[in-house]
Every structure is written in C-alpha cells, then in structure tokens.
Design a protein around this ligand. Sequence first.
Ligand code: NAD
Length: 268
Amino acid sequence: MTNVLDRFRLDGRVALVAGGASDFGMPITRALAQAGADVAIADLAPERALHAVSAANEAGHRSFAAACDATRRDDCDAFVARVERELGAPSVLVNLIAAPVKKGPSESYDDEAFLRMLDVNVRGLFVFAQAVRPAMLRAGGGSIIHFASTSGVLGMKEQAAYTASKGAVIQLTRTLAVEWAPAIRVNAIGPSWFMTEGLRVAVEGDPAKGVPPSAPGYLEHAKSLVPLGRMGDVEEMAAPVLFLASAASSMVTGHLLMVDGGLTVGRT
Ligand SMILES: NC(=O)c1ccc[n+]([C@@H]2O[C@H](COP(=O)([O-])OP(=O)(O)OC[C@H]3O[C@@H](n4cnc5c(N)ncnc54)[C@H](O)[C@@H]3O)[C@@H](O)[C@H]2O)c1
C-alpha cells in the first residue's frame, strides 16, 4: 500500500542550500538530510554554516559548506561543479540569499544601496538558478525554492529596495516555472517575521553594514499585524521547504507559499 509519507523522502538525492549560513539554514539542512539527501551549503560566510553541516552529518548524510558569492557567475558555476563532483548531481536548490534590509525614505533612497539589493536578491538568485540548471537536468530534473517575502506582495514603509527585490523574486520564480517545466519545478516561499540574524540586524541596525535601526516598538507592531499573533520560529520553515523540495508537491510549480501566520490574508 502506498504511504503518503514516502512522497516526502529524498533518498539518494543531493540538495544545495544557498545562503545556508542564515538561521533558516540549520533546520532546513537537517530536514533535507533527515529525508535522505546529501546537502551542500553555499554562502559568503560558510564558517557560520558549520552547525548546519553537523546537523546533516548527524542525520547520516554527507555535507559541506563552501564560500560562494551569488553575484559572481564563476563562483556559482564552480560551487555547483564541486557539488556534482563530490556529492553527485543536485536535484534540489533552496535559495535563502538576500542582502541586509536597508530602510530609508523613498525620496532619498541611496542609488547604490538600491542597485546592490537588486543585484544580490534578484540577479544573484537568477545566476544561481542558471548555474544549477544543467546539473539538475543531469540529475533527471528537480525542484528550486526561492525565498521571497511577504514584502514581495505588500507595500512596506521605507523598504522600497527590499520590497521591489522580493516582488521581482516572485515574478522570476513564475517565469522560470513556466520556462523550465516539466523537468524543473520552481516555487517561492513568503515568510513574515522570523527571528534570524538578518531580522535582528534590520531591527537593531548595524553601522558596519550601513543599516540604521528600525523605529522603537517595530517588532511589537509587526506581531500585532499577524493573525497568529507571533513571529515564526525558524524550525517552522523546515517542513514547508521539504514539501516543495520533494515529490509531495509534484504538481506544484510557480507557486508562492506564504509561511506568514496569515499576515497577507487579513487583519485581526
Ligand atoms: N527573517 C525574516 O523574518 C524574513 C522574512 C521574510 C523573508 N526572509 C527571507 O529569508 C531569507 C533568509 O533571511 P534571513 O533573515 O536569515 O537573512 P540573513 O541576512 O540572516 O541571511 C542571508 C544569508 O545570505 C548570505 N548572503 C548574502 N549575500 C550573499 C551573496 N552575494 N552570496 C552568497 N551568500 C550571500 C548571507 O551571508 C546570509 O547567510 C532571505 O531571502 C530573506 O529575505 C526573511
């Protein structure tokens, strides 16, 4: 008898987690490995992904983290080539990469910061997807999962660059889904607020990254907008990613899966 849970398995598969040093990286990497995949992590700061590598190893799977700048095509090509050489052709790409959110009024938003955001969040995602496609076809097809945001469908004060970039990620996802079907499915996830290092920087600010702090009470206000009344826990991202990565979602492509506590469907 068919067991539906088998559809979530990734036995013998190879997965890439780009931006896997993000705090989402650990639960996602662990889930992919628990489902049966070997997992490679690419990030500007791979040393911050070592706990994710350990989580995959503890689940009995091979894993490594390596430096890769997603805005550099040669880096992405070299990373994918190494993955194929050491682990095998990848059939899953989860892309978490994003530049730090830099807020500022639209009337004076800095040109360079705007371009940098689009370069990392949009072109970086695109370049990674292009780099992985040939290997994914050699693996017999696969699934690409882009991290968008609720900010890709909602207007957000003083976040012109970030919201524009995440809207573009959603449209890029839809176009790739149409163009690369049926071999490759391409979907996006839209989180609301999850307490990660990236969100901490956006809230508290970081002078080294040129990020000013958010207004006092920002997170309390944010939570009040979410029907479930709270921020997400990064562990709550593992199962939605596994659903999109596996045959559990075999008829799903071009979809934006909101993991947002209901933020985008209405107010309490
Ligand atoms: N945390 C949230 O509340 C939230 C909400 C909505 C959407 N998201 C999205 O989820 C994803 C992860 O978010 P996060 O909060 O963990 O962010 P984060 O900034 O902590 O993580 C992003 C990761 O991308 C890496 N990175 C940045 N530029 C890179 C480049 N050029 N090449 C390779 N790696 C690069 C960083 O080193 C970092 O590890 C992002 O796409 C973000 O926009 C997060």
